[in-house]
Design a protein around this ligand. Structure first.
Ligand SMILES: Cc1ncc(COP(=O)(O)O)c(C=O)c1O
Length: 483
């Protein structure tokens, strides 16, 4: 056996470091099966440790199945190593995985956005530099002091009682939504998955908008949904198109439709609700950025006019705080919440409890609404800045068209050219931008004009960066004009 040289780390137990080193020698093939180890006294001298430390290390490896202890012989490497059937010299990264046949072929998959770019136009990205960590940290500290020990166990699938109460009050105040019970979830994505799991049978039809939120579609189809596309126009989803489908359940548009940002008119909302009553389906309302509305008071959600309790209303703190908070909620009829809580228990028991308590304090102390007021002002100014920049490009002859959104965090920009494949091209130039094609899994091009739109998020960049980013994007979109 080669000389063991170990530099001991003061935070690590010596016998474990020695065991790791011997194990390494076995795995690298320096020690072969049935090789004997030197006498523990010799090893102890070599490493300048106590003999009992060597014996503890060897006993550890006996327990792990690498060594055996034989009377009058001492420790030797076992003849069959615990990890059989793989080449021990091959690093795990280079090993081929050949068990794919044991996994289902995915019914849905999502590409993960690469935000490692110079300019990020992601539509739902808040400006996290404006989130007051200092204020929130004080609520986190208080939350840790206040934590009810009971909340640290598995009970409490519905979520923190104070947070649920605060959300209820906020929904009444800000969204006119009063009848629901609340279930806290790990972001609205978990809520979407839970609903899909609780409602869908394999092959059920689910109507979704022609352009819709891919993670929602993925949550539905991976729970067996057969997605049926509903046409939409500049006013949002078309009730007539829905009428033709008569789905079992459907996704409805939030206040600012994703990705087009259109707000569905009250007339269309009521037509859709009547269809739901007539054909007995549920409505899933994913209202992800309701708070950022700039023109008059926002329309109340469909869930606010829901006598039957057939609207399942989902919202999130991902845009108000940051996506990493993974905090969302469902507001729905108490019976629906009971079904959904059962569904959530199967996935994840409950939502993390310290953050919930901190957000409850943040809301009850008024810091939440202060933050909302600040961000709404800021995003309004940023929307106007982007509108002004776009107007300048338009005046300079760029063939662009857009509607100024009443709220939200993005502008849906038409470019009058086919942008198929543009997302990847932009990414290769250090620009993250989502194009119409990215929101339409079925690649249905209803007006056969190609995918002409990009979604320009305006919330996360400051004015200087937005100007620079837009210039880089325009150069890429219209090389003939900018040249
Ligand atoms: C349509 C839509 N729903 C929901 C969300 C938020 O998802 P989560 O709460 O899981 O972060 C987003 C974020 O981009 C969104 O665009």
């Amino acid at each position: 056996m080669r000389l063991l040289t170990i530099s001991f780390n003061p935070h690590e137990k010596k016998y474990l470091a020695i065991a790791a080193s011997i194990r390494e020698s076995i795995l690298s093939g320096q020690l072969k099966p049935q090789d004997r180890l030197p006498a523990s006294r010799d090893l102890a001298n070599q490493l300048n440790v106590n003999r009992h430390t060597i014996m503890a290390a060897c006993d550890e490896l006996v327990a792990q199945g690498y060594l055996e202890s034989l009377p009058r012989i001492g420790y030797q490497v076992v003849s069959v190593l615990p990890v059989e059937g793989c080449d021990l010299n091959e690093s795990t990264e280079t090993q081929q995985f050949n068990l794919s046949h044991l996994f289902k072929s995915p019914t849905a998959s999502l590409s993960s956005a690469d935000f490692n770019v110079r300019f990020n136009f992601a539509g739902g990205l808040p400006d996290i530099t404006q989130f007051s960590m200092k204020v929130f940290k004080s609520h986190l500290n208080t939350a840790l002091k206040q934590l009810d020990l009971g909340s640290l166990h598995y009970q409490g699938t519905l979520g923190n009682a104070k947070l649920r109460e605060q959300i209820k009050k906020y929904l009444i105040r800000a969204r006119g939504l009063s009848s629901g019970e609340i279930l806290i979830t790990n972001g609205s994505q978990e809520a979407l998955f839970i609903v899909a799991q609780a409602v869908l049978q394999n092959g059920d039809n689910v109507a979704v908008e022609q352009l819709s939120y891919p993670p929602a579609c993925a949550a539905l189809s991976s729970n067996g949904a057969n997605l049926i596309t509903i046409e939409q126009d500049e006013f949002g989803i078309k009730p007539d198109s829905l009428k033709r489908v008569l789905a079992h359940s459907k996704i409805n548009t939030p206040l600012h439709q994703y990705p087009t940002t259109v707000t569905l008119s009250p007339q269309r909302r009521s037509q859709i609700y009547q269809l739901a009553q007539l054909h007995d389906f549920l409505i899933l309302e994913d209202d992800y950025d309701h708070e950022f509305h700039y023109r008059c008071s926002p329309l109340v959600p469909m869930a606010a006019n829901d006598p039957d309790g057939r609207v399942i209303y989902i919202s999130t703190f991902s845009k108000i705080m940051f996506a990493g908070a993974r905090l969302g909620y469902v507001s729905a009829h108490p019976q629906v919440i009971e079904y959904l809580a059962n569904s959530k228990k199967i996935i994840n028991h409950k939502t993390e409890c310290v953050l919930q308590q901190a957000v409850a304090n943040w809301m009850s102390e008024g810091d939440f609404e202060r933050h909302l007021r600040k961000m709404t002002q800021l995003y309004l100014a940023r929307r106007d800045h982007l509108v002004q920049l776009l107007a300048e490009y338009k005046q300079a002859g760029f063939p662009i068209n857009y509607a100024i959104p009443d709220g939200g965090m993005a502008i849906w920009l038409g470019c009058k050219r086919d942008l198929t494949g543009f997302t990847a091209l932009a990414q290769s130039q250090g620009i993250f931008v989502q194009c119409q094609q990215d929101f339409n899994d079925d690649y249905i091009d209803f007006d056969h004009q190609g995918y002409q739109y990009v979604r320009l998020g305006f919330a996360s960049m400051n004015d200087e960066m937005r100007r620079e980013a837009l210039s880089a994007l325009m150069t890429l979109l219209f090389p003939a004009i900018t040249r």
